[in-house]
Design a protein around this ligand. Structure first.
Ligand code: TTP
Ligand code: MG
Length: 360
């Protein structure tokens, strides 16, 4: 059965929050970013309202250029805490619609509503309900793309902005994508585009009609990924944790190469603490611990230990690291760098339950 995946992206997010709080800005070109200082300012545009986009303004444009194009705009400095607060409210609402939720940036998230919706009419109605609730409770709008895969849902959410809903059924994927510029595929930016253009690829249709083996021949492994997206083949699931992240690691170089065990020990402890501040905050569990050690002369070793269950335990990591380090303790060279990596990671929702499992 086909999946129903929503990609939800807030419309001109920072600007929308400012307009919500200052209704007199409504309908005007509002630009959030660096101070334009009458056209002499440095820095860039973070985002701008759709009225400002009509003048050619967009994210990352130098603020001086923005000022040239739109001198009568309302230029505001970003107020991050306001945006974080709005983002948290939106994400909480989105999460309430499905346990299968994945936030991917401050203003975008996926939810998988397969099983909650039975057909595309229901999916459209649900998308409308989400838009309505967010507007009522947070006062800003978002656009929603609904499709059987994450990548198509993402492309779809961008199709009908602002306040749009775009639903793509499985048999519509090809016609939806065919005439789009290749840069609509996430990951094909300005530089990659040039390379694709040189080889005769301009629209997504050029990719669709190319056999997979040719794509691999021309663009390698990445060519396969692009070809699969263009053909609606993307099995990635909506996970709460960003699956792109495969490991968490930290390393430190000593100011001076050292053979002092106490110094090495305290550095390991420091790195371990820092990593655990992060993993505890994000509820991350891991199964594999890797020690990295580099000696003077650049000789580098790694040693790993994996447990057969995911865990999160600072003391245990330290014990494992020291037992792995033991092999090198008599090494006749001074240490230049040490590092710890946690991999085979996953995000756990229910910490307590997992701990019970571990000891059973
Ligand atoms: P986006 O979703 O890329 O942009 P947007 O929400 O402003 O506009 P759109 O309607 O096209 O989705 O980014 C979300 C926020 O992240 C944006 O409001 C401001 C911030 N941002 C930056 O600060 N710098 C950047 O270069 C980009 C792209 C975004
Ligand atoms: Mg956005």
């Amino acid at each position: 059965m086909s999946r129903f995946i929503f990609h939800c992206d807030l419309d001109c997010f920072f600007a929308a929050v400012e307009i919500r709080d200052n209704p007199e800005y409504k309908g005007k070109p509002v630009i959030i970013g660096a101070d334009p200082k009458g056209g002499k300012g440095r820095g860039v545009v973070a985002t701008c309202s759709y009225e400002a986009r009509k003048f050619g303004l967009h994210s990352a444009l130098p603020i001086s250029k923005a000022y040239q194009l739109c001198p009568h705009g309302i230029y505001l400095r970003p107020s991050s805490s306001k945006y974080s607060e709005a983002s948290i409210k939106v994400m909480t609402i989105l999460h309430s619609y499905s346990p299968s939720f994945q936030q991917v940036s401050i203003d975008e998230a996926y939810i998988d509503v397969t099983g909650i919706c039975n057909n595309y009419e229901e999916a459209t109605a649900l998308a409308l309900e989400i838009q309505k609730e967010i507007y009522q409770k947070v006062g800003i709008t978002l656009s929603i793309g609904c499709a059987p895969t994450k990548s198509i849902a993402k492309i779809a959410s961008d199709q009908n902005k602002p306040n749009g809903i775009t639903v793509i059924k499985p048999d519509e994927i090809h016609s939806f994508l065919y005439n789009m510029d290749i840069t609509r595929i996430p990951g094909i930016g300005k530089k990659t585009k040039k390379y694709y253009n040189k080889l005769g690829f301009y629209i997504i249709g050029d990719i669709i009609k190319t056999p997979l083996h040719i794509m691999i021949e021309k663009f390698g492994k990445y060519g396969k990924w692009v070809w699969e997206i263009a053909n609606g083949l993307d099995n990635r699931e909506v996970k709460e944790f960003q699956e792109e992240r495969k490991s968490i690691s930290k390393e430190r170089t000593f100011y001076e190469d050292t053979g002092d065990f106490n110094l090495i020990l305290s550095k390991f402890e420091e790195i371990n603490s820092r990593i655990h501040t992060y993993v505890e905050k994000h509820n991350i569990y891991y199964r594999t611990i890797t020690l990295k050690i580099r000696f003077e002369g650049f000789l580098t070793f790694t040693r790993s230990k994996s447990l057969n269950y995911p865990f999160q335990d600072k003391e245990k990591v330290m014990t494992i690291i020291l037992s792995l380090y033991n092999e090198f303790s008599k090494y006749p060279k001074k240490v230049r760098l040490i590092g710890i990596k946690l991999s085979n990671i996953e995000k756990q929702k229910n910490k307590k339950q997992l701990q019970i499992l571990q000891f059973s």
